[in-house]
Write a protein that binds this ligand. Structure first.
Ligand code: UD1
Ligand code: MG
Length: 452
């Protein structure tokens, strides 16, 4: 990449009416992160010096997302959607104060790899004043066509609606990603008119204007998957599918085994170590880290959780935010863990809810144990000490502390703290009447015989 300063302008003003959503289009998610978040991330990866995001009026949620995902970015408002050139002009202030390269990205194109953008920017060092990222479309309908001369230089970009029959036969299409090495980008944009089928100010017209000034425009191509534009829910699903395929491949490259990769759903930030074995149908929400050697059985759901080395999880386990599992922990079927730290080797193998608290190393949580953490108003914590043994079907009513090495008898409702190494039992003592059942049956059959 060149040493010239780089300004990246991300266009995110479109509401995206074809999404039929109350959420602005660019906030729809791919791999657990908004499309805008993906685009801002790639902008950061290529090392832009300045970042400008253009949002629509009243799109406070989009502005917020931009501020969260790219804290240093300046946000501009495009008052009415009059086209992509007009959208770039909304960032006039950023452009005016900038001398160097300008890269325009559309926030509805979430799968862009940094390499493609670097190749595009590099083209500005080899004679091109404008470089456009193009691709060979399987179906070019709707895309702008890239028209080139005999030497492969770009002469114009023709929007589908404005194209002649012959131009529509061109399969080389505009991804929307454009890079400029023009001293006066604002001057070029100011000359763009709106005499076209949509009556919009097209950014793509910059190519013809620059050519008239004697500058040259070039095309750099990439794979269609890299520049998929999302305008509808079905395209959103296609983009999600491509994202997942890439994420699964990355996880397997790093040494994890996915028995049925097409059934594993990953997030943009999922981290999975080596020699991790994942059975089918597992969903990773954002913020999950899985250390080396972990085995995850089928049908689990995770979100903002940490799974320590060699742990065994599932089948049918749910780890919610703040589940922090130490090494060798076992979490079995129908166990839900939220905001609980489990020490090394702790086990909760069946049918439990562990919410808000801690479980010491080596402790055993019996089947059906519930941390009663909520009284309808406040949450409270349950602390289980190291090596404690909690019998099956126990309710631990928080706030409560179970000492290290303590035993809790099955079926207890524990409301008071239990000291280290004690036994706590909370249930009525068992009564037994020898021979009662036989007598009862004899009496009942006699009665029945009389009434028949
Ligand atoms: C655009 C390109 C087309 C290209 C296609 C690739 C133009 C004129 N056309 O068409 O050549 O093949 O992308 O997907 O650029 N936006 C604003 N303000 C506006 C208009 C648009 O911020 O006034 C934003 C949208 O939010 C979106 C992006 O710009 O993120 C592209 O706009 P969109 O309407 O989706 O353009 P396309 O018709 O897809
Ligand atoms: Mg589009």
């Amino acid at each position: 990449m060149s040493a010239r300063p780089l300004l990246v302008v991300v266009l995110a003003a479109g509401q995206g009416t074809r999404m039929k959503s109350s959420l602005p289009k660019v906030l729809h998610k791919i791999g657990g992160r908004s499309m805008l978040g993906h685009v801002l991330d790639v902008a950061k990866q290529i090392g832009g010096d300045k970042l400008a995001v253009v949002v629509g009026p009243g799109m406070e949620v989009v502005r917020k997302e931009a501020e969260v995902q790219a804290p240093g970015a300046s946000v501009f408002v495009q008052q009415s959607q009059r086209g992509t050139a007009d959208a770039v002009l909304a960032a006039r202030e950023a452009l005016a104060g900038h001398s160097g390269d300008v890269l325009v990205l559309y926030a509805d194109t979430p799968l862009l790899p940094a390499e493609a953008l670097k190749a595009l920017l590099a083209r500005l060092d080899t004679g091109a004043a404008i470089a456009v990222l193009g691709f060979d479309a399987a179906d070019p309908t709707g895309y702008g066509r890239l028209l080139t001369d005999g030497d492969g230089w770009l002469t114009a970009i023709r929007e589908h609606k404005d194209a002649t029959e012959a131009e529509r036969d061109v399969r080389l299409c505009n991804s929307g990603v454009m890079a400029f090495r023009v001293d006066d980008v604002l001057g070029v944009l100011a000359r763009i008119g709106n005499d076209n089928a949509k009556g919009e100010f097209y950014l793509t017209d910059a190519v013809e204007i620059a050519r008239r000034d004697g500058a040259r425009a070039a095309v750099v191509t990439c794979a269609e998957d890299d520049v998929l534009g999302v305008n509808s829910r079905d395209q959103l699903a296609v983009a999600e599918g491509i994202f997942q395929k890439r994420a699964r491949a990355a996880v397997m490259r790093e040494g994890a085994t996915l028995i049925a990769p097409e059934t594993i759903w990953l997030s943009f930030d999922t981290k999975i170590g080596r020699d991790v074995l994942i059975e089918p149908n597992v969903f990773f929400g954002p913020g999950v880290v899985v250390e080396d050697g972990v085995e995850i059985k089928a049908n689990c759901h995770f979100e903002r959780a940490h799974i320590g080395r060699n742990a065994r999880i599932g089948p049918f386990a749910r780890l919610r935010p703040g589940a922090e599992l130490g090494p060798d922990v076992h979490i079995g079927n129908f166990v839900e863990v939220k905001n609980v730290k489990l020490g090394a080797g702790a086990k909760a193998n069946h049918l439990s809810y562990l919410g808000d608290g801690s479980v010491g190393a080596g402790a055993n949580i019996g089947a059906g144990t519930i941390f009663c953490n909520y009284d309808g108003f406040n949450k409270a914590r349950t602390e289980v000490g190291e090596g404690a043994f909690v019998g099956s079907n126990t309710s631990l009513v928080a706030p409560v502390t179970i000492g290290a090495g303590a035993y809790i008898g099955s079926g207890s409702v524990i409301t008071k703290n239990v000291a280290d190494d004690s036994l706590a039992l909370e249930r009525s003592s068992q009564e037994e009447r020898p021979g009662w059942a036989a007598k009862f049956r004899a009496m009942m059959s006699k009665r029945k015989a009389k009434t028949d």
